[in-house]
Design a protein. Structure first.
Length: 79
C-alpha cells in the first residue's frame, strides 16, 4: 500500500466486543491490544476531552483512582 510508513506495524484486525465493551486491535507484528471502550471515551483526544500530552502512560490508573475517590462505580446502573 502506497504511503504507509515502513517499519510501522499495520492493523490487521479490529473487533468490538459488545458484551464486554472491549475494543480489540491486532497488528501485523503479532501484537494485540484490548482497550475498554470506557477508557477510550474518557481519554479521547476529541474536542470534548482535549489537553492531553506526553506522559499519558498511567492515564488508566489515574482515572480509576479518581473514580474510587469519587465513590463512583464503573458498572452500569441496574434498572
Amino acid at each position: 500500500m502506497a504511503g504507509l510508513n515502513k517499519g510501522v506495524p499495520q492493523p490487521t484486525d479490529i473487533k468490538l466486543h459488545q458484551k464486554s465493551r472491549i475494543f480489540e486491535i491486532s497488528f501485523a507484528d503479532g501484537k494485540t491490544f484490548r482497550l475498554p471502550c470506557e477508557f477510550l471515551r474518557v481519554y479521547s483526544p476529541s474536542a470534548e476531552v482535549r489537553g492531553h500530552g506526553p506522559g499519558q502512560e498511567e492515564m488508566w490508573r489515574h482515572y480509576l483512582k479518581r473514580m474510587e475517590e469519587a465513590g463512583a462505580s464503573r458498572e452500569p446502573q441496574q434498572k
